[in-house]
Design a protein around this ligand. Sequence first.
Ligand code: SF4
Length: 228
Amino acid sequence: MNISEVFFSVQGEGILAGTPSVFIRTNGCNLRCTWCDTPYTSWTPQGEDVMLGTLLANVRREWCGHVVVTGGEPMLAPEIVELCEGLRRIEHHITIETNGTVFKELECDLMSVSPKLANSTPPKKGRGLAVAGRHEELRYQPDVLRQLIARYPYQLKFVVSQKEDLAEITSIVKEIGADKHRVLLMPEGTKPSQLREKSEWIVEACKYYHYRYSPRLHVQLWGNKRGV
Ligand code: SF4
């Protein structure tokens, strides 16, 4: 399986924030978000082939009970079904972090879906010139989102950059029929100061819409660092 990194940390986002977990980060993504915080899995992918047995041994070594399969876009990985079967055999809670553009039938305890808003599309210049059109076409797949939330226990996490994003989020939640109590808003940013700046008005938006606020613990603690 083409893997970018495996590490042991605490979940930084969503309803399981603070939970010690082993992270398996697959390499490769079908989107190119302008603010991507793991460009080494998307814009400039870097990974190596790792045997499934080795991945499971890594998880077993920590034995913390929780695994997060993330990316990149892990649902693109051909071996993901087999990996999740292996994780189920060793009785770990499985979270899959996905951008919600691909559906697969697999073992999963929490489908953590993060649909990408218009704020993610790179400008049509420089590095964005060749990829912006495809990103814009792919980033929102309402039928796939409906399938994912119907099939799995889920959370919907939105990366919020500006107040204008709130109307887009509300329209997506309505269109796919999601439960608003499973919607989490988290500030966009790779520096603690950027998160602080946005969190005040995002919390107010959560109170207004009855969404939840999600921290980004790893950014608050370590900034934009790999393997944490
Ligand atoms: S979907 Fe995730 S990994 Fe892919 S480009 Fe966007 S932020 Fe990066």
